[in-house]
Design a protein around this ligand. Structure first.
Ligand code: PFF
Length: 467
C-alpha cells in the first residue's frame, strides 16, 4: 500500500495531554457513566468500572500510545508497519481496520446525543424554572421523540466536528481544547458542591460507593403468572462495566493510537497515560456526584436510562440562584467535551483516507461526516415515540444496539487484541525502548498486558456467552 508518513506533531506535551483528555472526557463520562451506573445498580458496578479502568484500561492505553508513536502513522498503517517490523502476520492490520470502522459507528449515535446537548444549550438559555421530575422528563421525551428537532441538532453537531477536523489536528484542535477543557473541570466541581448542599448527598454516596454485588450479578424480574420475584444470574452488567471503561478512555478503536502517532519521542507515555486515566475517571465520578444527589432529592429513580443527565440537571438549574447562567454554560461545555471526543472518533478514518489517497483533508472530512450524519438518522429516529421508535434490533432500539456492538463487543475485543499484540508479539526489548520505563515499572506493565488484560477480557466475554 502506498502511504505518506505523518509529519504533524503536537506542539507540546501539554497540548497532547489536553487533546487526549479531550478525547477521553466526553459524553461517556457525563452522560453514559451516570445513566449506566443507574441502570446497572450503582456501587458494585462503579467498583468494577474503576477496577477495569486501572487494571485493563491503563495498560491498554499505554500499549496503544506506544504503537502509534512508534509507527507515526494512522492505525491501519501503524498496525501493518509494527507487525512487519516484528516479523508478525500481516493480518494484524485488521485491528487497525476495526478501529477505523468502530470509531465511525460510534459517531453515528454519539453525534445524536451530542445534538441533544446542543438542544439543551438553547433550552437552558430560556431557563428551566419550575421544572420538577415529571415536567423535566416530559421535556426530554418530547425532544427525543420529535422527528425534526434532534435531526437539526445532530446535523449541527456533525457540521461543527467536521469543520474542526477539516482544519487538521493542530490548527483545529489545539486552540479550542486549551481553554475549554479546564473550564469544564472547574464548572463540574462547582456543580458537585451545589449538589452536595442542595441535594441528598448521603443517598448518592450510598448508591455510588456502597457495593451491593447482588445488584451486579442478579437481575430481578416478576413472574407474570405467579407474580413472584425471580432472580436471574447475569454477567451482562460486568460486561457493561468493561465496555464503559473502554468507551470512556477511548480505547480499542485506534483513536488513542492515532493521537500517539502525533507524539514526539520525548514524551513519557506512562506518566501521560496515568494522568489521562485519573482525569477521566475523576470526571465520571464528579458527574455522578453532581447528578445523583439531585436524583434522590427530587424523587427521580436512578434508572432513568439515556435521559438521566438531561432530566436531572435542568431541575437543579431551575432551582439554583444563577441557574440561568450556569445551565447554558454547563451544556455549552458538555457540548465542547463531546465535540473533542467526536473529533477523535472521526480522526482515525480521516487520517487513514488522507494517507491512503493523498486526497485533500477538508473534502475527506466532509464526505465521511456526511455518511456519519446519514446513518446517524437511524439513532435519532429510533428513539421511543419517534419515526422508527417501534423498530427493534435484538429487542432494543438502533442506538442501544449500535452502542452494544461498539462499546461492549468491538472496543473490549480491540483492547484484547492490542494487549495480546503488545504482550506477545512485540519483542520485550522494543516494548521497553518505546516506553522508557525503569525495570520494575516495566515488569508491572508487561505483566498486565501479557496476562491480566487478555485473561480478564476473555473471561468476561466467555462468561457472557453462558449467563
Ligand atoms: N471517550 C469518549 C467519551 O467518554 O465520551 C468517547 C470515545 C471517544 C470513545 C473516542 C471511543 C473513541 F475512540
Amino acid at each position: 500500500m502506498a502511504t505518506t508518513p505523518h509529519h504533524a506533531h503536537w506542539s507540546s506535551r501539554w497540548t497532547f495531554m489536553l487533546a487526549a483528555v479531550g478525547s477521553a472526557v466526553g459524553l461517556g463520562n457525563i452522560w453514559k457513566f451516570p445513566y449506566q451506573a443507574g441502570l446497572n445498580g450503582g456501587g458494585a458496578f462503579v467498583l468494577f468500572y474503576l477496577v477495569f479502568v486501572f487494571l485493563i484500561g491503563l495498560p491498554v492505553l499505554m500499549a496503544e500510545l506506544s504503537i502509534g508513536r512508534r509507527a507515526q502513522r494512522s492505525p491501519v498503517y501503524a498496525m501493518e508497519q509494527v507487525a512487519r517490523e516484528e516479523g508478525r502476520s500481516k493480518y494484524w492490520v485488521l485491528l487497525g481496520w476495526s478501529g477505523v470502522i468502530g470509531g465511525f459507528l460510534i459517531l453515528t449515535y454519539y453525534s445524536v446525543v451530542g445534538g441533544w446537548v446542543l438542544a439543551y444549550i438553547a433550552k437552558a438559555t430560556l431557563g428551566f424554572s419550575g421544572f420538577d421530575a415529571d415536567t423535566s422528563r416530559a421535556a426530554f421525551n418530547a425532544l427525543a421523540g420529535d422527528p425534526v428537532e434532534p435531526v437539526v441538532w445532530h446535523v449541527a453537531f456533525m457540521a461543527i466536528t467536521v469543520a474542526i477536523v477539516a482544519q487538521g489536528v493542530k490548527a483545529g484542535l489545539e486552540k479550542a481544547v486549551k481553554l475549554l477543557m479546564p473550564t469544564l473541570f472547574v464548572l463540574l466541581i462547582g456543580m458537585v458542591l451545589y449538589a452536595a448542599v442542595a441535594g441528598d448527598l448521603a443517598a448518592a454516596l450510598k448508591f455510588l460507593f456502597q457495593p451491593d454485588f447482588s445488584t451486579l450479578f442478579f437481575v430481578t424480574t416478576i413472574d407474570p403468572v405467579t407474580g413472584t420475584e425471580i432472580q436471574t444470574f447475569t454477567i451482562t452488567r460486568v460486561l457493561n462495566a468493561l465496555g464503559l471503561a473502554f468507551f470512556s478512555l477511548s480505547l480499542g478503536m485506534g483513536t488513542i493510537m492515532t493521537y500517539g502517532s502525533y507524539l514526539t519521542k520525548d514524551v513519557n507515555i506512562a506518566r501521560s497515560a496515568a494522568t489521562i486515566t485519573f482525569a477521566d475517571s475523576a470526571v465520571a465520578l464528579m458527574a455522578g456526584l453532581a447528578i445523583f444527589p439531585i436524583v434522590y432529592a427530587v424523587g427521580l429513580n436512578p434508572d432513568e436510562n439515556v435521559g438521566l443527565v438531561f432530566i436531572t440537571l435542568p431541575i437543579a438549574f431551575g432551582q439554583m440562584t444563577g441557574g440561568a447562567i450556569v445551565g447554558p454554560a454547563f451544556f455549552f461545555l458538555l457540548a465542547f467535551a463531546a465535540i473533542t471526543s467526536a473529533i477523535s472518533l472521526i480522526e482515525p478514518m480521516v487520517s487513514f483516507v488522507e494517507e491512503r489517497t493523498g486526497g485533500r483533508r477538508p473534502n475527506i472530512a466532509v464526505l465521511i461526516g456526511f455518511l456519519v450524519t446519514a446513518i446517524g438518522l437511524l439513532s435519532a429516529w429510533g428513539q421511543t415515540n419517534n419515526l422508527l421508535g417501534d423498530v427493534s434490533v435484538f429487542g432494543v432500539n438502533f442506538m442501544t444496539a449500535k452502542g452494544y456492538l461498539t462499546d461492549n463487543i468491538m472496543m473490549p475485543a480491540g483492547g484484547l487484541f492490542i494487549a495480546i499484540f503488545s504482550g506477545w508479539f512485540i519483542s520485550r526489548k522494543n516494548a521497553m525502548d518505546e516506553l522508557a520505563l525503569n525495570d520494575g515499572a516495566f515488569r508491572k506493565y508487561y505483566f498486565l498486558v501479557k496476562y491480566v488484560c487478555p485473561v480478564a477480557i476473555t473471561a468476561v466475554f466467555v462468561s457472557v456467552l453462558f449467563f
